[in-house]
Design a protein around this ligand. Structure first.
Ligand SMILES: NC(=O)c1ccc[n+]([C@@H]2O[C@H](COP(=O)([O-])OP(=O)(O)OC[C@H]3O[C@@H](n4cnc5c(N)ncnc54)[C@H](OP(=O)(O)O)[C@@H]3O)[C@@H](O)[C@H]2O)c1
Length: 252
């Protein structure tokens, strides 16, 4: 398979979960892959396993991102695929949203995502593909996701305007909205095993396909959007969620 042969791809949050699986998939499809993450240890170990280039930067730290862009420019000159994937999930109920949680979510999921694009834009070849990893939480009204969902809705809004503005350069900008995907993101929330199991059971019951998605299933969509097969697709969003967004009241 070589739908991405000759292309250079940057993936933020590429050391874990969806970003890790996508790095593997894009490499399998022939791309040269660079993963960016915030932990030297985790990025180095993932880069070694995947046999890709690893760069350390916290996406919410704009001077660190400037350095990362500089490094990519020095080593690879230009890029063709930007997968804006780094993100965190902090569940908080309305009435108990903390300033710290709000700031972290905004800094990483919104500011970090937007400035990843802003900073890498000068390196993007005409005809490149930007894929923003959003969430169906931008739409679902799921309890405890008011602020998290708002960061993703904001990213989707940016996606639409960016698609229009970058179209003259034939740069396509799309968003992928996953439903629940089995990755380490949930165990990083500080929720207990029991709470995680309760949330997992509840969500699986609501998903028409009755299971969590796999990171590889998101990677397939990202690889398609990154490729020339998606050459007429821009400004769009794709739900990959086992049908959860249709939110059936009477689940079968
Ligand atoms: N899993 C789901 O159910 C689901 C559903 C919808 C949307 N999403 C979105 O999918 C994306 C990937 O999440 P995932 O499920 O694959 O979770 P994950 O396994 O925790 O991966 C998230 C990645 O982002 C990195 N990251 C977090 N904050 C960062 C920062 N400030 N700077 C640089 N890297 C940072 C993480 O680094 P560390 O390893 O150092 O934490 C990790 O590599 C996120 O944007 C998430 O919101 C996930």
């Amino acid at each position: 398979m070589s739908t991405l042969r000759g292309k250079v791809a940057v993936i933020t949050g590429g050391n874990s979960g969806i970003g890790y699986s996508t790095a593997r998939k894009l490499k399998e499809e022939g791309a040269t892959v660079i993963i960016i993450g915030r932990s030297q240890e985790r990025v180095n170990s993932a880069a070694k396993e995947l046999d890709v280039r690893g760069i350390i930067a916290d996406v919410s730290d704009l001077s660190a991102m400037d350095k990362a862009v500089h490094q990519v420019k020095n080593e690879f000159e230009r890029i063709d695929i930007l997968f804006v994937n780094a993100g965190v999930f902090i569940p908080m109920p309305v009435g108990q949203n903390s300033e710290e949680g709000f700031n972290t979510l905004i800094d990483i999921n919104f500011k970090g995502a937007i400035f990843t694009i802003e900073k890498f834009l000068p390196l993007l070849n005409d005809g490149s593909s930007i894929i923003n990893l959003s969430s169906i939480n931008a739409y679902t009204g799921m309890p405890n996701t008011a602020v998290y969902g708002a960061t993703k809705a904001a990213l989707n809004s940016y996606t639409r305007a960016a698609a229009t503005e970058l179209a003259p350069r034939k740069i396509r900008v799309n968003a992928v909205n996953p439903g629940p995907i089995a990755t380490p993101i949930f165990s990083k929330t500080g929720m207990s095993e029991e709470q995680l199991k309760g949330m997992g059971d509840m969500m699986q019951n609501r998903i028409p396909l009755k299971r969590y998605g796999k990171p590889e299933e998101i990677a397939e969509m990202v690889a398609f959007l990154a490729s020339d097969k998606a050459s007429f697709i821009t400004g769009s969003e794709f739900n990959v969620d086992g049908g959860l967004n249709v939110n059936p009241i009477f689940a079968g």
